[in-house]
Ligand binder design. Sequence first.
Ligand SMILES: *Cc1c(COP(=O)(O)O)cnc(C)c1O
Length: 409
Amino acid sequence: MSSCNEGELGITDASSPHLSAWAEIDLARLLQNYRWLRRRAGVPVMAMVKANAYGHGLLPVATFLQDVVRADWFGVATTEEGVALRRAGITRPILVLGGFWFGQEAAIVHYDLATTLPDPDYLPVLEQAASQAGRTVAVHLEIDTGIGRLGLSPDQFAAVLERLKACPHLRLDGLMTHFASADLPEHADFTRDQIRRHTRAVHQARAAGWTPRYIHLANSAGLHAFLPEAAGNLVRLGGLLYGIAGDALSPAFPPPPTQPVLSLHARILGLKTVPPGTPLGYGCTFVTRRPTRVATVPLGYGDGLHRIQSNRGQALVCGRKVPIIGRVSMDVTMLDVTDVPDVALGNVATFIGSQGETTITAEEYAAVMGSIALEATTALTARVPRCYRAAAMSSAPGGREDAPASARE
Ligand SMILES: *Cc1c(COP(=O)(O)O)cnc(C)c1O
């Protein structure tokens, strides 16, 4: 059907030929990234799988990392995400970084989730739930050393340490902090100050007789710019794990060798030539100035292709960059493929990823929206099928699959 040779362009098409739009998730790259990061960190890695694994698919990604590398830890934002992991058979340690809301404490206990405590008021509730169940819950206290977000203020931290003494069913398992701007070289002193404050809090807890097992500070930007000071004995990594933190890392250090895991594709569903002066799409925001070959692809803001990409973004077709023309609508987007000689129905348009030598990175795609790559992949909605590619020779849309034998440990 297609006349440009997509095989030669390296359009891997891990999808079923029956899919018209899909995100391909390259598990071999995920594995390489994980292994490189684990070596670079020199300490255990908490694989951040919150927000549907940054759009890569919560359960397939976590199951893969548990089965293939026996991931040290998983990090999620919400209790619901932690419960979903346990129900899917994840048995490795899970930390809920956003803690729980009142009423969810029984789920924390029942599903053996480690949790933070964004306020001292959560302590008695969790203690009671754990005591009722006859279980012990691992607690990681986040200290606010400068981000001003979920962490405990110095007063709250002191209060929680004091009140923990009366909570025999809560175990202080970790002390953590989160960097506000480890990606900004001009804020390096601020980050070093965060590290110092965290170290002080760790000393404070130890002086009070606590022996937290995990000390963790670094996110991707922290790992990139602040090793070894920020290594602690655990690092929490999302962006670099998925190979997409390029725009969230300090430019003062060379980029790491991690590779993007996700690419986003759709097939040309419709193709027509219209005369000059033809308005296209809602609001008639684009009017052709030449005879124009218009390709319509089934991706829109209902899939997470943001409407702000209208008349701004680009895609790759037959290895060439072509512009999005007219408004991105909920379900479809138009491309100007006039300059693509052999374009045909069914050709693949790549919005994030490579065709041959040409690439649109998630960072470039996000820059069009004034955003960062993390938001671009995380915004992909449930309607986009995720196709998992573990090795060049096999694939299974939507499902889990085994890694190549050589990838097993
Ligand atoms: C999301 C998150 C991380 C991971 O950040 P990346 O920049 O994606 O590596 C680490 N720690 C906390 C508290 C987070 O919320």
